[in-house]
Design a protein around this ligand. Structure first.
Ligand SMILES: [Zn+2]
Length: 257
């Protein structure tokens, strides 16, 4: 913990004090010698959930100058946005919350954003398809890549993982690889889409976060945005299984034990 704090202090000191005094070439040399990405700008699509929380923390630890981006697309679990803001405040990371609810005038078929009931059970179940927001990640990535170009960031971190492959087509490797090619074609400045957990299960992502000493009580994943997590929706079920597989206890409060 002490080492993490001193590393964090050094990275913050470098990014906030020394880096602005150096030209970009010198920044790159210093960053390379230090073995971390100091002064390299990156955008993180940060929902406030477990996966993007872990990515944000990992990238922060590696020394990126992070810009967090959260989308309000009319999700019922809007509470996750407050969790995202609190973490960014704590780490001193600039955080933009962008209201894209207007897209729901076109996209009304998902239970995440409409009056439809949120289904319970596993992600693999057929009824979970109702949680798919059409083309969501392509829309979000497109906006994030535009933001990255605008602020001179070379990377967009995004939390696709293998657990989502079954029902969310835009979380699959084929989509991510193709989108990366499109990002390079669409702009003069190259932007890489980085998906550190593309082939990892939720259990492995959690294991990585726990190895960094992260507190997942600072994340919200439940699709129902009530006071406490429901413990029954696909997102809660997957989260609880990941904690069980890691022999760890989730510090988040649930409606039922
Ligand atoms: Zn839930």
């Amino acid at each position: 913990m002490g080492q993490l704090l001193s590393e964090t202090f050094f990275i913050v000191l470098y990014n906030r004090v020394y880096s602005p005094l150096l030209n970009s070439g010198t920044q790159a040399i210093v960053a390379t010698k230090c073995g971390v990405r100091m002064g390299e700008k990156a955008v993180v699509i940060y929902s406030g959930g477990m996966d993007s929380f872990t990515i944000l923390q990992r990238a922060y630890k590696e020394g990126y100058e992070l810009y967090a981006l959260t989308f309000d697309y009319g999700q019922k679990h809007k509470k996750e946005i407050r969790y995202a803001s609190a973490v960014c405040d704590e780490l001193g990371i600039p955080h933009r919350v962008i209201d894209i609810t207007a897209i729901n005038q076109l996209l009304q078929s998902s239970s995440l954003t409409s009056d439809m009931e949120i289904p319970e059970g596993h992600y693999e179940a057929a009824n979970m398809k109702s949680t798919v927001v059409p083309n969501r990640n392509m829309i979000l990535l497109s906006l994030a890549i535009g933001y990255a170009v605008d602020i001179g960031a070379s990377k967009v971190f995004y939390g696709a993982h293998s657990g989502d492959h079954a029902i969310y087509p835009d979380c699959r490797p084929d989509f991510v690889h193709a989108m990366n090619k499109v990002a390079k074609l669409a702009n003069y400045e190259p932007v890489d889409i980085v998906t550190p957990y593309l082939n990892s299960a939720k259990t492995e992502i959690l294991a990585d976060g726990l190895s960094m000493g992260l507190d997942y009580g600072k994340t919200w994943t439940c699709y129902n945005g009530r006071d406490k997590a429901c413990g029954k929706c696909g997102s809660c079920v997957e989260r609880l299984e990941a904690f069980a597989a890691n022999n760890a206890v989730d510090s988040l409060e649930y409606e039922q034990a």
